[in-house]
Design a protein around this ligand. Structure first.
Ligand SMILES: Nc1ncnc2c1ncn2[C@@H]1O[C@H](COP(=O)(O)OP(=O)(O)O)[C@@H](O)[C@H]1O
Ligand SMILES: [Mg+2]
Length: 224
């Protein structure tokens, strides 16, 4: 089933008198249970496309359809609600809260997403996702005691703990070595399949492409 469609998306940034069109009419369809990778040279508009698709910044023109709802015509509050409940995010760096344990990072995310459940169920969900990302033993650890790969695993657990439908990842392996990068991609692949996520990721690492279902090449604001 197609749940996410980007249709003729355009983005223009204005710097003083200068107008620059960064996205020049991008159309893409993302499928459930599949990973689509955006690749292309630095500055080609990959991150801009991902953040607009995720409702983090507005488009200048075009549509983004999530389950037939057009995100580009929603109110800011409606977009925030979808983003908090239906979308998950992973970036190059884990951006963990230094004074929260692994468990607390996940519990906090459930609060932010307004996922309401009894304490016992909450702990079960946290334990389940920690097992899925291979961090059961690190539940009560603080970020400072985790390796780079472990931190990124926590970031991935945090991105999916609230059971989003769409996972957005911008260069999730860019700060890791080749072996750790492959482990993280393998994890994203596994979660995409088993949680039936629709995953859109940006990468510049050719080695990661064997883990994805579709590759979309961008150049100068266009799909090529
Ligand atoms: N808020 C902004 N204002 C002006 N220009 C921007 C802004 N965000 C991105 N750009 C420009 O858009 C282009 C594409 O950036 P980006 O989407 O980050 O590319 P990529 O992720 O492919 O490296 C770059 O030239 C960048 O400088
Ligand atoms: Mg980028």
């Amino acid at each position: 089933m197609d749940i996410f469609t980007i249709d003729e998306l355009r983005k223009t940034f204005t710097n003083g008198e200068m107008k620059e069109e960064i996205l020049k009419g991008i159309s893409l369809t993302l499928k459930e249970g599949e990973i689509t990778a955006l690749v292309g040279p630095s500055g080609s508009g990959k991150s801009t496309l991902l953040t607009i698709a995720a409702g983090l910044q507005p488009a200048s023109d075009g549509k983004i359809l999530f389950n037939d709802n057009n995100i580009t015509s929603m109110t800011a509050e409606q977009v925030r609600d979808i983003r908090a409940k239906k979308f998950g995010f992973v970036f190059q760096f884990a951006h963990l809260v230094p004074f929260l344990t692994v468990r607390e990072q996940l519990s906090f995310m459930l609060d932010v997403s307004e996922v309401k459940m009894k304490n016992e169920k909450r702990e079960q969900e946290i334990d389940y996702i920690l097992e899925r990302v291979g961090l059961s033993e690190r539940k009560h650890a603080y970020p400072s005691s985790l390796s780079g790969g472990e931190k990124q695993r926590v970031a991935i657990a945090r991105a999916v703990i609230h059971k989003p439908r769409v996972l957005f990842a911008d260069e999730p392996t860019a700060s890791l070595d080749s072996k750790k990068s492959k482990e993280i991609m393998s994890l994203i692949q596994d979660l995409t399949k088993t949680l039936n996520l629709t995953t859109l990721m940006v990468t510049h690492d050719e080695e990661m492409l064997s883990y994805v279902d579709h590759v979309v090449k961008m150049s100068d604001g266009l799909v090529v």
